[in-house]
Design a protein around this ligand. Structure first.
Ligand code: ADP
Length: 496
């Protein structure tokens, strides 16, 4: 199959979260199964063209301009070349829209760019035009999250009679339903669609607004999300579906959960060049050195011989359960443990962890930044990984943690529920610690259970080992996507 993946971020070029990990790894896995894949992303200023050898596409023969409302934007197209057989990364460029410091946010103001509507209208139209310009007829266009929501939207409307796309079907993946691209209704004319498409109940109307996520969900041929449990959860309640639960329930027969894979070439302690000492399930002894170096780097001085180190790597957002940590912070940090956090996000959580560092200087260290190398070091050097998310579509860090023998402590939701099984002291089964109710005392008792279990080093080694041997590689997930692409292909095309 010819497959186009449209995404607003992709590893190794630009990343704010898990979406980039997925769109960076899935193409290779699909290519290994014999498919041709082109990934299309915006060329942000943050992408280092020189470092990655990204060059203007000389043979590009498509449109050079994109009209949005009354404005006309130039479209330049770049390519990172064919890095692997069957995989090409293409970038759509416009300096006015993407030549700024932030990806989605104005970094100085800490707020969404006010013209994110135009940026991602441009991105959707440009992606379809680029396919035509490079003459790559896609069997599938796989769009991701709200930033790509208009891709299926345009395929079902403006491009429905375009013979170039007559065999194209669309798959739309929700990586996080909490982010929707929700705009005032006056932006509708910018979409360049007939007025008749903006009526109550139409894909392009959402409570008197325009919502790019809703457009994606309602106009694509098949919807997927990134774990089976999350696929159920987002239909089940307003709290989990963020207002999309009704339309998702309506389309439940077209909705599938596919767990993200892990790119073990990047995230695996036996191959990891970013950590002080490599180790593996067969010989985990090197983990000790990673812990020692991490503790030194953090300036943490545990009192006692075998004090566990709990790691956190996360966006500091409400979704990730930091309000629970905030409520039990003193009880938590009074326990016999050390704690290292890497993350950026909400100011109140920056303040929380700065305060905790001040109160517990020998126990708590917070790195309030984005730092990929440090993320690897924390995975390698911690004993436990804390992820008490309110909701978690898939979550990658718990899977990385399992591989690094860093036992996850998670809330049982979404992809966390699908990957981390609670340790049972009677049956000795399980690869981590999980709690169900979103309550601070439940989190605290899960941590206490983990600390108690850690005291028994034999039992702990078994739990670690089980996690390190689990396999969440991309191959299985990519095969599942291919099945879904084939299903989409057999369907009647969605048109409006
Ligand atoms: P989400 O996509 O909701 O942010 P995931 O667990 O799916 O959560 O993916 C997060 C990804 O971003 C992981 O690869 C994680 O290591 C990385 N990450 C998050 N915050 C940081 C940070 N401050 N520094 C380095 N990497 C980070």
């Amino acid at each position: 199959m010819n497959i186009i993946i449209t995404t607003s971020e992709v590893v190794p070029y630009v990343k704010t979260g898990g979406l980039a990990d997925v769109t960076g790894a899935l193409p290779d896995a699909l290519a290994s199964l014999g498919h041709n894949v082109k990934i299309i992303a915006p060329l942000y200023k943050a992408i280092d063209k020189q470092k990655f050898g990204i060059k203007p596409l000389e043979v590009y023969e498509g449109k050079q301009q994109i009209k949005i409302g009354k404005k006309v934007y130039n479209l330049d197209v770049y390519s990172a070349g064919n890095l692997k057989k069957g995989v090409e990364f293409l970038f759509v460029a416009n300096d006015t829209l993407f030549g700024r410091d932030g990806i989605y946010l104005d970094t100085k103001k800490g707020k969404d760019y006010p013209d994110n509507d135009e940026r991602f209208i441009f991105f959707a139209l440009a992606s379809l035009e680029v396919a035509k310009g490079v003459d790559f007829r896609p069997d599938i266009i796989h769009a991701n999250d709200w930033q790509s929501g208009l891709v299926p939207g345009y395929l079902a409307t403006l491009y429905k009679d375009d013979s170039f796309f007559s065999d194209t079907r669309s798959v739309f993946t929700i990586h996080n339903i909490g982010y929707q691209g929700h705009f005032e209704k006056d932006i509708f004319p910018k979409l360049g669609l007939p007025k008749s498409l903006y009526s109550p109940g139409s894909p392009f109307e959402y409570w008197d607004h325009v919502n790019f996520l809703k457009i994606g969900i309602t106009t694509c041929d098949i919807i997927t999300t990134v774990s089976e449990t999350y696929a159920e959860e987002i239909q089940s309640s307003n709290e989990m579906g963020f207002g999309m639960e009704g339309i998702l329930f309506y389309r439940r027969h077209d909705l599938y959960g596919v767990l993200n894979g892990v790119d073990y070439e990047i995230w695996s302690p036996e191959n990891d060049d970013l950590i002080p000492q490599k180790f593996s399930a067969d010989d985990p002894s090197g983990k000790e050195k990673n812990k020692k170096e991490l503790l030194d780097l953090c300036g943490l001085k545990p009192k006692g011989k075998r004090v566990p180190l709990i790691g956190v790597i996360s966006r500091l957002a409400d979704q990730k359960g930091f309000d629970l940590i905030e409520k039990i912070a003193d009880d938590l940090f009074s326990l016999d443990l050390t704690f290292v956090l890497l993350g950026t996000g909400s100011k109140n959580y920056h303040t929380l962890f700065e305060t905790m560092e001040g109160i517990y200087p020998n126990k708590v260290k917070a790195f309030l930044k984005f730092d990929n190398k440090l993320a690897h070091m924390i995975e390698a050097g911690s004993d436990m990984f804390l992820m008490p998310s309110r909701y978690e579509p898939c979550g990658l860090n718990q899977m990385y943690s399992l591989k690094y023998g860093t036992v996850p402590i998670v809330r049982k939701t979404g992809g966390l529920a699908d990957t981390v099984k609670d340790y049972n002291a009677d049956t000795l089964n399980g690869n981590g610690f999980a709690f169900e109710e979103y309550k601070p005392e439940k989190l605290l008792s899960a941590v206490k259970r983990a600390l108690l279990t850690y005291k028994d080093s034999k039992v702990w080694s078994r739990i670690m080992n089980r996690g390190m041997r689990a396999d969440f590689s991309w191959d299985k997930s990519a095969r599942r996507y291919v099945e879904i692409y084939r299903k989409a292909h057999q369907k009647e095309k969605t048109t409006l």
